[in-house]
Design a protein around this ligand. Structure first.
Ligand code: UTP
Length: 291
């Protein structure tokens, strides 16, 4: 039987410069979409897919994330005293959801560098990576679970991709799919980080969900920093591709680029419209706005 995914790595040590000043003293992953920090949506996605150990790679200002997933005795006492059972249950659920551990990335030297920090805790097994600023709505079918299903069959790295308008490709890692195709699954020939439009091999953009194998750590270790001094995961994966087969899956679900201000606002409006009982009132309000 093939190996199963039990662990997920959440790199949350970026500087979040696109969200300054909100991210000056607090990580962008703690920005709330309606009433939940972004990172909680992503952790819940991993829990729903059956992952049990969450490894957070944090930077400066990590405390709010740790506190959020920790038990808050004061809050629980207060809610119990008020007889607020619903909120008490919700607060308990967050801290009891799964097992968390935290490692520090001392300097934000790129996504590859952040993932390499998790090497010891991950050990010699395949693992998931989820980025907290890609929020994906896919009720009943967590995207990381979709990737895990593919991994179960292929036992090779699987990366989430989405077709984006060609004029946007330079903001993403982009995959060059080989001709071999099984429905939404592509075998990857190569990949490139943030290519100019005329050099982009396709419009299949890499989205922040990955299933990686432990071999990636050696490839990251051997990757040189780019012009900005960052060690890119895409570059390491591209080197791994010379030795291993890897796959890109066009997942089903609606993705929000919540690491960007406009994407975050769009996600906020759409999640607010879906939330109960808020959604109905919010819809009524939006209908009244003159645009
Ligand atoms: P981004 O490049 O989107 O995040 O990294 P950023 O650097 O925080 O944001 P901007 O561009 O300055 O606004 C994608 C993910 O990788 C993490 C980030 O926290 C984010 O979730 N990351 C990035 C790290 O953990 N460490 C790094 O060195 C870089």
């Amino acid at each position: 039987m093939g190996k199963k995914i039990r662990k997920a790595v959440f790199p949350v040590a970026g500087m979040g410069t696109r969200f300054l000043p909100a991210t000056k003293a607090s990580p962008k992953e703690m920005l709330p979409l309606v009433d939940k920090p972004m990172i909680q949506y992503v952790v819940e996605e991993a829990v729903e897919a059956g992952i049990t150990q969450m490894i957070m790679v944090t930077g400066r200002n990590k405390h709010s994330i740790e506190d959020h997933f920790d038990k808050s005795v004061e809050l629980e006492l207060l809610l119990a005293g008020k007889g607020d059972e619903a909120n008490l249950e919700m607060a308990r659920k967050i801290s009891e959801m799964c097992e968390f551990c935290y490692i520090r990335q001392k300097e934000p030297k790129g996504l590859g560098h952040a993932i390499l920090r998790a090497r010891e805790i991950v050990g010699d097994e395949p693992f998931a990576v989820l980025l907290g600023d890609d929020i994906i709505h896919s009720p009943g079918r967590p995207v990381i679970g979709q990737l895990m299903e593919t991994f179960d069959i292929k036992q090779a790295p699987v990366i989430a991709v989405e077709k984006v308008p060609m004029e946007n490709v330079s903001s993403y890692g982009v995959v060059d799919p080989s001709g071999e195709l099984e429905g939404a699954l592509h075998q990857i020939k190569s990949m490139v980080e943030k290519p100019p439009i005329d050099k982009a091999p396709s419009n299949l953009a890499i989205i922040g969900r990955y299933i990686l194998t432990p071999e990636i750590f050696d490839f990251i270790d051997a990757t040189k920093p780019d012009a900005k001094g960052e060690i890119q995961l895409t570059t390491a994966l591209n080197s791994q591709l010379e030795k291993t087969t890897a796959y890109a899956l066009e997942f089903s679900g609606t993705r929000y680029d919540a690491g960007d201000k406009l994407g975050f606002l769009i996600a906020t409006v759409e999640y607010a419209l879906r939330s109960e009982p808020l959604g109905e009132k919010f819809r009524e309000y939006l209908k009244k706005i003159k645009l």
